[in-house]
Design a protein around this ligand. Structure first.
Ligand SMILES: [Zn+2]
Length: 248
C-alpha cells in the first residue's frame, strides 16, 4: 500500500552504497524506520528531501513488515541551522531526544507539530537558542504523556502553592505531603515556587510566545537537571550522544 504523508527526518544511516535507513517522524504513522533508495547517485529533489533538518512530503510503501520511501520532496528546509554551531548543537539534541522518546509506529501528531514549531523558531532565533530547547523538551514530554503535574499536589490534590517536585511521583508536592516523604528521598527537588511556576508556564503557554524569551541560566540549569532525571526514571533514557555538543 502506498501512503503520502509529511514528516521530518530524525536520523539516517547508510546501509549499502545506494540504500539508507531513515528514521522519520511522520504525521500518518508516527515514528517509523524506512528504507530509501531515492536520492543516491545523481543529485535530485528527492536527495535533498531525505536529509536531516528537512520537512518533506514522502510517498511511503508499506510492506508486510517494513516501510520504504518511494519518493520524497522538500516542503521546508531548515538547513540554515547547520551554519550556526550553537543552533546545530541544539537541533541535533532535539532530533536525537525526539527519536529516543517516541515509540515506533505510534501516531503522535502533536510531537510532529512541536518539532516543526521548534525548528521554525530556531531558524529565526537571534540569541540563546537553548531556551527554545528547554521549552521543546518539556512540551515533548507532555506530548508523550509524561507532563509533570504542576497546578496541584500530585499526591493529595491540594492547590496550595508547592515548592517541591517529585520525579518519582510525577509532579509537584505540597508542603504537607513533602513532610511525610523522607527528607533525603531520591529525586525530590526542593526548588521553590518560582521555578515551578516557570515549568508550569512552559507547559501551558503556546510555543510561539517563546520566540524572544530567554530563561535565566540558573532556572534553565535546574530545569535541565530535573528533565534528565525525569526521562531517565520514566522512560529509561540516559546519555544522549549529542549532549556532548551542548557543552561546547
Ligand atoms: Zn499534597
Amino acid at each position: 500500500m502506498i501512503t503520502r504523508t509529511d514528516g521530518i527526518i530524525l536520523r539516517q544511516t547508510k546501509i549499502a552504497d545506494d540504500r539508507r535507513m531513515l528514521t522519520l517522524l511522520t504525521r500518518q504513522f508516527g515514528k517509523i524506520s524506512a528504507g530509501a533508495g531515492v536520492g543516491s547517485g545523481k543529485r535530485s529533489r528527492s536527495q535533498l528531501a531525505i536529509k536531516a533538518f528537512t520537512h518533506g512530503r514522502y510517498e511511503i510503501y508499506t510492506g508486510r513488515s517494513s516501510y520504504s520511501i518511494n519518493s520524497a520532496e522538500t516542503l521546508e528546509s531548515f538547513y540554515d541551522i547547520g551554519t550556526d554551531v550553537e543552533k546545530f548543537a541544539v537541533a541535533s539534541y532535539a532530533l536525537e531526544l525526539t527519536d529516543r522518546m517516541l515509540a515506533e509506529n505510534a501516531m503522535n501528531e502533536e510531537a510532529l507539530e512541536l518539532l516543526l514549531k521548534f525548528l521554525r523558531l530556531l531558524v529565526r532565533r537571534q540569541k540563546a537558542p537553548e531556551t527554545l530547547l528547554a521549552v521543546y523538551k518539556w512540551k515533548l514530554l507532555g506530548a508523550c504523556g509524561y507532563a509533570p503535574v504542576t497546578g496541584r499536589c500530585v499526591l493529595c490534590g491540594s492547590r496550595q502553592p508547592a515548592s517541591s517536585l517529585s520525579v518519582v511521583d510525577g509532579g509537584v508536592i505540597c508542603e504537607e505531603c513533602r513532610s511525610t516523604r523522607h527528607p533525603n528521598m531520591r529525586l525530590i527537588y526542593d526548588i521553590g515556587f518560582d521555578i515551578i511556576r516557570t515549568l508550569e508556564y512552559i507547559q501551558i503557554t503556546e510555543f510561539d510566545a517563546f520566540e524572544k524569551l530567554v530563561l535565566n541560566k540558573k532556572t534553565s540549569d535546574i530545569l535541565d537537571m530535573i528533565f534528565r532525571d525525569y526521562i531517565s526514571y520514566h522512560l529509561e533514557i540516559d546519555g544522549l550522544k549529542s549532549e556532548a555538543f551542548l557543552k561546547i
